[in-house]
Ligand binder design. Structure first.
Ligand code: SF4
Length: 490
């Protein structure tokens, strides 16, 4: 088409254009970084990706660096088309612009209409059903009408604890080399900070995620060849000595629009078909791409704007400053200290430390779900509003009352002990719920149940934990100790 395509900074891949030579508008609006405190690594990655795309397109793109989007748009009269932006705020903004035509979203496997049609045919919106429907529609890991291996789900194989040796025997992740664009981004971010135009959280350091299409493809190939085979079994495990485990590190470039989830899914299937990766790992990976990632995207729009403010467990405590400042030095609990330090130093940890350490702790303490959503969005290199609303409000904080997850993901130190090697050298003991060496996750777990007993009593999946709660002879002491700890760093 001859029309000009405006691409947001998370719409940077070739699939956001209708043809290779379509004229493009790119806008770098600095004010975004002045309004909220993003992780320095995230600001760097987004700007690096945007500027790399502008350099790659050369004359084909108009690249404007301004304070606000309005200022940029005032400089370019005429009409543009844009693929649906990924946040509600940006979506509202572009739909109010008379000179901009909004096209359906790209960068997801299932389109909005197909999801809504599927949703209407269902009683609940079960991820597993959506995922199976997508497997059939895309003919992914299917043998005729049957799922490959005669099973849809290999989760049971994909829940192994970490190896006792303390390290996973797998080739390290793909890492980029920085270039002069990264240097310029770093200098600009320093300058903006000095000028008071921006303020960041977290530590800077060499870029660790792909910022161009070429880099993203190299990272994908590296993952498929060297790491996918081992992805499945330990995808839920954590090691103090290995923050990557066998995770792909591709969520950041994918959420920048540099990779299409379907291309990754078909490539992963090929790895299985050619004997390079076992079915359980490939199924687990494809489930994340066309199942969970799409599901979170579609429920973001489906559940409406008020969904983000749901607070079914009446969690009203503000996030403490040690947490929002990523002050890992203030923390003694080894798991939380290590995970918070990784967020501070890298702006990324994989899904289990997010869910079972950071989010679990917030859930137990009754921290505000909306504040947690915002925190995850700002503090993670792959965090966006659409990513975090469902993952935090629904999945991890149970604030939607069970629309996305059927029970709260609260757990005590026993879970962390089973799935990591953190507890051995911790000053607390995962089995202790009261006293000097009581694990704050274990004490916090029982306190959480005690506080929410009434709200959870009709959830049949909570019957057993609540029965356990009522057998605790020392519950009053547990609750008193946790109340005293409160929101202080544990
Ligand atoms: Fe974390 Fe508790 Fe284990 Fe310490 S004992 S590492 S606080 S789970």
């Amino acid at each position: 088409g001859a029309d000009r395509r405006w691409c947001f900074a998370d719409q940077l891949g070739p699939h956001f254009l209708d043809s290779e030579d379509q004229p493009v508008l790119l806008i770098e609006a600095r004010a975004v970084f002045g309004r909220r405190r993003f992780h320095r690594r995230k600001a760097h990655l987004v700007l690096s990706a945007l500027r790399h795309r502008a350099a790659e397109l050369g004359e084909q793109a108009i690249f404007l660096q301004t304070r606000t989007y309005q200022q940029a748009l005032a400089e370019v009269p005429g009409t543009f088309s844009v693929c649906q932006p990924t946040s509600r705020v940006a979506d509202d903004f572009v739909r109010k612009l008379p000179s901009v035509e909004v096209l359906p979203a790209r960068g997801f496997a299932t389109d909005r209409e197909t999801f809504e049609r599927w949703a209407q045919s269902q009683r609940g919106l079960l991820l597993e059903q959506f995922y199976r429907d997508a497997r059939r529609r895309f003919d992914l890991l299917m043998d005729g009408k049957e799922p490959t291996g005669n099973r849809w789900n290999f989760d049971a194989e994909n829940r192994e604890p970490p190896p006792k040796s303390g390290r996973l025997d797998v080739t390290g992740p793909w890492l980029p080399d920085e270039d002069e664009i990264d240097e310029r981004v770093r200098a600009d971010l320093d300058q903006w900070e000095r000028d008071g135009d921006a303020s960041f959280v977290g530590r800077d350091g060499p870029r660790e995620f792909a910022a161009t299409r070429t880099e993203a493809q190299a990272a994908l190939q590296h993952f498929l060849q060297h790491r996918l085979a081992q992805f499945g079994p330990t995808e839920d495990a954590m090691l103090a000595g290995d923050r990557w485990m066998s995770h792909s590190g591709l969520s950041a470039p994918m959420n920048l629009g540099l990779l299409d989830p379907l291309e990754c899914a078909y490539a992963a299937e090929d790895a299985y078909r050619t004997g390079n990766a076992p079915l359980a790992s490939v199924e687990g990976y494809i489930r994340q791409l066309i199942g969970w990632r799409d599901y979170i995207w579609h429920t973001y729009w489906h559940h409406g704007d008020e969904y983000r403010n749901r607070n079914a467990l009446a969690a009203h405590r503000p996030l403490p400053q040690w947490f929002t400042d990523l002050d890992a030095d203030a923390v003694q609990a080894r798991c939380l200290k290590d995970v918070l330090a990784r967020v501070r130093d890298h702006g990324w940890v994989h899904h289990i430390p997010r869910l079972m350490v950071l989010s679990n702790y917030a859930l137990q303490r009754g921290w505000q779900p909306a504040a947690m959503t915002d925190w995850f969005h700002r503090s993670f290199v792959d965090g966006y509003d659409w990513v975090m609303v469902g993952n935090v409000v629904g999945m991890s904080q149970h604030a939607d009352g069970g629309l996305i997850a059927t029970k709260p993901y609260a757990s005590g130190g026993a879970y962390i002990n089973r799935m990591s090697d953190y507890c051995g050298d911790c000053r607390y003991k995962p089995t202790r719920r009261v006293g000097e060496d009581a694990c704050p996750f274990t004490g916090g777990y029982w306190s959480f149940l005690a506080r929410n007993q009434d709200r959870l009593k009709n959830n049949h999946r909570m019957r057993q934990p609540l029965a356990g709660l009522n057998r605790l002879a020392d519950l009053d002491d547990v609750v008193a100790q946790q109340r005293e700890l409160g929101d202080d760093a544990p």
